[in-house]
Design a protein around this ligand. Structure first.
Ligand code: 5AD
Length: 366
């Protein structure tokens, strides 16, 4: 079978994905991109949804080997925004018509942190109700592994989406980038609990990890399918010099082009396999290529996260180096993104949550 025949198949199997993910010819890549756009249009429409991003604290009790804000990186200036600041950012987000917000931070499970998150969610819900947003902003949390009880409290407070990346679904690869006490099993369990508690759940992986091959990436897509998530966020792994993984810098720089195209193909093949989920064009794509996020949209993504983190703390939230948009105000970020989205012929959907159609279809099926 050739590329065209495989792309016409209704269901892609592992060997189809393996065939497609290896292609590097211009025509083949274009054929994959076009098919991803076709599926996106028919399953989700062509609109792009915004999620304003507030990185509200970099204090972290985890020690992921790749991450710039890992606990053992003592060079980081640790911060936590006042809850008022987060609520202010949320109000601005709602006024802009962004519709949804993502609250992200380092991972902590101590009671003051949990209380803070719960209270901030509650406040945002209370203060962002308007004629246009009758149930207030849609709230996505991205605050790591927590207990069922904590997830339940967050949901009750008004958060309805949760992002928890699996980073890699391969047990050896996962173990090679995390300390032994952080396990793949526990991450998977959290994803299951989040679904049971009613959240729309997102996951994702990093692309270009040392030791990661194309079969691992295809298995990641099959993992997304089998665990039946609603949202995907993934992007290239980028070396941070404050981590032990800095020894991979040379290899990382040599593989930039390849990892970029792998990231775009992962978006397209995830679109072709999962079809009606929301997929983010992540900022990490833009670290490698100036127009990386636009290309992500072109390969089937439909979500973008404008920066709302206050500029004075942004430099302290460096999960990876050379993070773009580090000193742009949220206003600049808004107009820049608008221009970028228009440049690829797409439009932003304002004043709506923009939930993934997958979630609605799942609900109907139940
Ligand atoms: N490069 C790319 N992505 C990273 N993340 C953390 N560190 C890095 C890095 N060095 C991603 C992880 C995490 C998300 C919040 O940020 O996938 O889940």
């Amino acid at each position: 079978m050739n590329t065209k025949d495989i792309l016409e198949k209704k269901t892609l199997e592992k060997e189809d994905l393996l065939y497609l993910v290896k292609l590097r010819g211009r025509q083949d890549i274009d054929a994959i991109k076009n098919k991803a756009q076709e599926v996106l249009l028919s399953k989700c429409g062509g609109k792009v949804y915004y999620r304003g991003l507030v990185e509200f604290s970099n204090i972290c009790s985890s020690d992921c080997f790749y991450c710039g804000i890992r606990k053992s990186n003592t060079a980081v200036n640790r911060f936590m925004l006042d809850s008022e600041e987060v609520v202010e950012a949320a109000k601005w987000c709602a006024e802009q018509g962004y519709g949804s917000i993502v609250l992200q931070s380092g991972e902590r499970s101590d009671p003051p942190f949990i209380n803070y998150v719960e209270e901030v969610v509650r406040q945002i819900k209370k203060t962002t109700v308007s004629d246009k947003l009758s149930a207030g902003l849609g709230i996505t949390l991205c605050v790591g592994e927590q207990s069922r009880e904590t997830y339940r409290r967050f949901y009750k407070a008004g958060a309805h989406r949760y992002l928890l990346r699996i980073e890699s679904s391969n047990p050896q690869l996962f173990a090679s980038i995390h300390p032994p006490r952080q396990t793949l099993q526990s991450r998977i369990r959290c994803l299951e609990i989040l679904k049971e508690e009613g959240f729309q759940v997102g996951t994702g992986v990093m692309i270009g990890l040392p030791g990661q091959n194309l079969e691992h990436l295809v298995d990641d897509i099959l993992f997304f399918r089998d665990i039946d998530v609603d949202m995907i966020g993934m992007g290239p792994y980028i070396v941070h010099s404050g981590t032990d993984m800095k020894v991979y810098r040379e290899a990382f720089e040599e593989n930039l082009e390849e990892n970029f195209i792998r990231s775009l193909l992962m978006i397209a093949l995830t679109r072709l396999t999962l079809r009606d989920v929301n997929i983010a064009a992540t900022t990490a794509l833009q670290t490698i290529k100036e127009n990386g996020r636009e290309q992500g949209l072109d390969f089937g993504a439909n979500v973008i996260m404008p920066q709302l983190t206050p500029v004075n703390v942004r430099k302290d939230y460096m999960l990876y180096e050379d993070k773009p948009c580090i000193d742009e105000s949220k206003e600049q970020c808004r107009s820049c993104l608008e221009r970028r989205i228009k440049s690829v012929g797409r439009e932003v959907a304002l004043d709506q949550w923009g939930d993934s159609p997958h979630y609605a279809r799942k609900k109907k099926r139940d």
